[in-house]
Design a protein around this ligand. Sequence first.
Ligand code: PMT
Length: 400
Amino acid sequence: MSGLANKKILLGVTGGIACYKSAVLLRALQSAGAEVRVVMTPAAQAFVTPLTFQALSGHPVYTELLDPAQEAAMDHISLARWADLVMIAPATADFMARVATGQANDLLATLCLATETQIVLAPAMNRQMWLNSATQDNLQRLIQRGYLCWGPDDGAQACGETGPGRMLEPEALCQLVENYFSPGTLQGVKVLITAGATREPIDPVRYVGNRSSGKMGYAVAESMRDLGAEVTLVSGPTALTSPSKITTIQVETAAEMYSSVMAHVDNCDIFIAVAAVADYRPNHIASNKIKKNKEILALELVKNPDILAEVAAKNDPPFTVGFAAETDQVEQYADEKRRRKQLDMIAANRVGSRVGGFESDQNALLLLWQDGREELPMMEKSYLAQRLAERIAKQFHARN
Ligand code: PMT
């Protein structure tokens, strides 16, 4: 592997049990060709000694902000400028809180303030600490400032609990670093994506809708953009802000989404239908607010066009990816949908559970295509979308 040849990575290690994985990550980055320097916080040194990282990296490990010997080797400002990427793995809740508030109370936090380089967080902590709104608020602040967050994974934790908060495995992190430096796998490829729910009006104030927040679709759009694609996002109403460097078209109803997709689809190479489009709409929209003077009010619903099926049935269809939201027999129903609608790929998710699917920040997907399948376990939608985007890019190139 030499995907990281000539790349300089500053690996920041903060104090969590996942520190031992950082040693493996260091080796993986080096094997991929990167030059790595390590900075450790005082808490990290309680888990793994600097000597371990020194022996593995072949370079002194930086630990102190005000140590004349370390500053003589490379002062902290030069170190901040040296790196092509700063990767904090593991990133603890405490460290994220400190950088979110702009503190410079150890060498690593100071470097984060002093660098203009991209900073990536690979969080690792107890699931409750991760889900705590203080941590999530800090994360949002950091993401708004341009930090990337890879992970965490979901699963068994060192504390004995199970849930989100495990640091991603070193191999996965290394792969993401490689993707970061070579985002061009979809360079020049045009991608059209639907996201969010549609609203089907009943009268001027009421509508038929569903629980889709748009989180999954927006994350997919961002991941496709990060692989170099030119992305157009057709979005139902959401509380999300339009992602940067993506053309976002706001629609409300299934009919509007249909028109917008049909207006753009001939110009796209990949179509991904993440939106939860209403299958039916009220046959008549009352022009005035309906009065509540009846004990039973029957709504007559008519079927909406199936946007995904129509795109896939075109003469020269784009590489077409559908989603399937299922409460049971997920694989069977999703695969039936894939065959019936003649899709290149389907991403199936279980909905109706406490975690995953609609509204949740996490999700899990089962990807099915003609001669293959891949299971992506429960994780943050942003990271899940990256894995999905990589798979779509692979299958798209294989088909072409
Ligand atoms: O938005 P979030 O809160 O993050 O939630 C994400 C999600 C659960 C909505 C998403 O992961 C998901 O599953 N999206 C598809 C939801 C859905 O409508 O599934 P379906 O099985 O009913 O539809 C199958 C496919 O046909 C979907 O790709 C859908 O976009 C498409 N479709 C459906 C009906 C229709 N009229 N037109 C369509 O294009």
